[in-house]
Design a binder for this molecule. Structure first.
Ligand code: PEP
Length: 254
């Protein structure tokens, strides 16, 4: 089954208004019109609207970096799924390791956010991945297993078919240290088998699993060429249009 390659840029808290608009414009202008890749930009939420406006009728989508899983109410400082939809988002990153580590997000939180995203019509990009300590203790598969079971808890197979997963080994994020294509593929294959167990093989074969962790133009072709790697969630290299476009260009075009 062929899954359309999906490359998303996670700008984190790294852009200001002018730079965000300039970067979005450069990616828009540089994306070849015949690219078969699905592409998304995830700027800080304050700039979602400006980035969306800049992208105009380009096929590039925008996504939030988080959401709060409640409807309207007394939740000072929070942004919900309907608000992301209002500003033109198609996607939302959920459970990024920085949020898990710095903001104490749990799998249960991610599951609630995932439900809210799906109910609002957003595509959640659900992040999972082990720390270096866990990898060295040979716990990678068990950590990923429990994060997936927890973060996707309560989803039906129909719901699951609408999500994207991002396998991001924590030790490879922003460190310049990338998982080898073989290391990444082994975990992706494990994840797909688990998704088959949870949601059935047909759904598992449909779900895109991105790899994230120091993806760059120079290592993208090999990573994205692996049978179970269906795209990339890109941090640092998404902040330079040339590098981000280089990653997209390295993706299989079939
Ligand atoms: C990320 O934070 O999602 C990420 C993959 O970052 P980087 O590409 O910088 O490692």
């Amino acid at each position: 089954m062929s899954r359309r390659t999906f490359v998303a840029g996670n700008w984190k808290m790294n852009t200001r208004a002018d730079a965000a608009v300039a970067l979005a414009g450069a990616v828009r202008d540089g994306l070849p019109s015949d690219s078969r890749c699905e592409v998304a930009l995830c700027p800080p939420s304050l700039y979602l609207h400006a980035v969306r406006q800049t992208l105009g009728d380009s096929p590039i989508g925008v996504g939030g970096q988080n959401l709060y899983p409640e409807a309207d109410g007394a939740f000072t400082g929070e942004i919900n799924a309907a608000m992301l939809v209002d500003v033109g988002c198609r996607y939302v990153i959920l459970g990024h390791s920085e949020r898990r580590q710095l903001m104490g997000e749990t799998d249960q939180d991610v599951a609630s956010k995932c439900r809210a995203a799906l109910d609002a019509g957003l595509t959640p990009i659900v992040c999972i991945g082990e720390t270096l300590e866990q990898r060295e203790a040979e716990m990678t598969n068990s950590v990923v297993d429990s994060q997936i079971r927890g973060s996707l808890h309560g989803l039906s197979p129909e719901d699951a078919a609408r999500i994207v997963l991002a396998y991001e080994p924590v030790w490879a994020i922003g460190t310049g240290r990338t998982a080898t294509p073989e290391q990444a593929e082994a975990v992706h294959a494990f994840i797909r088998a688990l998704l088959g167990e949870l949601f059935g093989e047909a759904v598992a074969n449909q779900i895109r699993i991105q790899y994230g962790g120091s993806v760059k133009p120079g290592n993208a072709a090999e990573l994205l060429g692996q049978p179970n790697i269906d795209g990339a969630l890109v941090g640092g290299a998404s902040l330079k249009a040339e590098d981000f476009l280089g990653i997209i260009a390295a993706a299989p075009q079939s």
